[in-house]
Design a protein around this ligand. Structure first.
Ligand code: G3P
Length: 218
C-alpha cells in the first residue's frame, strides 16, 4: 500500500468555513503516484469536503454512542454517512478513556471505516495495539505543533513503535506525527518502517500548502 500522508486540519482558522473547502481542493490537486494523501477537515466541514473534493476524508474524532439521546455527540454512523473513509481517535488534543476507545473502534470497524488511533507513549502504543486498528499514529505530545519533528528527535522510538506494533498487531500500520514538516521527515519516517505521517501546521498554516505538500512528496 502507498504510504499515507494524513493532514489533520484541527480547528485552525486558516481552514474554517469556505476556506477549508478551498484548502482541501488545493491539496487534492497535488497528485502523487507514490503517496496517498488524505485530510481530516474541521468536523463541521467533513460532509461538504467529502462531497465536493476528490480526496479521502477522515473524521478528527468520533464518540462511542449510537443513535439516541446523546446531545452533542459525534456518531460513527453519521461520519460514515457524511462520506468519511476513516476516523482519528485519541488524539493528544482529544484524548478518550480506554473503554470508550474500544467501543468507538468496534463501531468504526463495523461501519467499514479505517481507524487511526493516536498514541503519545510506548506504553500507550502497547495498550491501543490490543484494539487492532488500521493505523496507530505515534505522536509525542511535547513535539506537536513544534519545529523539531518526531523523526529527528525520536527516530529510535519510532523504530521501537514499529517493532511493537508488528509483533502485537501485524495488520496495523504505523504513522508518525508531531512537527513533521518536510521531505526529509517523510523519508525518514518511511525509512524507520512507518507507513506514513500525520501532520498539521506545516501544511495547514503554510502560505502555499500545495507547494509544501508537493515538495514533501517530490
Ligand atoms: O495530528 C497531527 C498533529 O498532532 C501534529 O501536529 O502541527 O506538529 O504537525 P503538527
Amino acid at each position: 500500500m502507498k504510504p499515507l500522508i494524513l493532514i489533520n486540519c484541527k480547528t485552525y482558522a486558516e481552514v474554517s468555513g469556505e476556506k477549508g473547502v478551498r484548502f482541501a481542493r488545493k491539496i487534492a490537486f497535488v497528485k502523487s503516484r507514490k503517496y496517498e494523501v488524505a485530510i481530516a477537515p474541521p468536523l463541521l466541514l467533513l460532509k461538504e469536503v467529502a462531497q465536493k473534493v476528490r480526496i479521502a476524508v477522515f473524521a478528527q474524532h468520533v464518540d462511542s454512542e449510537e443513535y439516541g439521546a446523546h446531545t452533542g455527540r459525534v456518531l460513527v454512523a453519521e461520519v460514515k454517512e457524511a462520506g468519511a473513509r476513516g476516523v482519528i481517535l485519541n488524539h493528544s488534543e482529544r484524548k478518550v478513556g480506554f473503554e470508550m476507545l474500544r467501543k468507538s473502534v468496534e463501531l468504526g470497524k463495523k461501519k467499514g471505516l479505517e481507524v487511526v488511533i493516536c498514541a503519545s507513549t510506548i506504553v500507550e502504543v502497547k495498550k491501543v495495539a490490543s484494539l487492532k486498528p488500521d493505523f496507530i499514529a505515534y505522536e509525542p505530545a511535547a513535539l506537536i505543533g513544534g519545529e523539531v519533528s518526531v523523526t529527528r528527535a525520536k527516530p529510535e522510538v519510532i523504530s521501537e513503535v514499529v517493532r511493537i506494533v508488528k509483533k502485537m498487531s501485524p495488520r496495523t500500520r504505523v504513522l508518525c506525527g508531531a512537527g513533521v514538516h518536510d521531505r526529509e521527515d517523510l523519508q525518514t519516517a518511511i525509512g524507520l518502517g512507518a507507513s506514513g505521517v500525520l501532520l498539521a501546521h506545516a501544511i495547514v498554516k503554510a502560505k502555499d500548502p500545495a507547494m509544501v505538500l508537493k515538495k514533501m512528496m517530490r
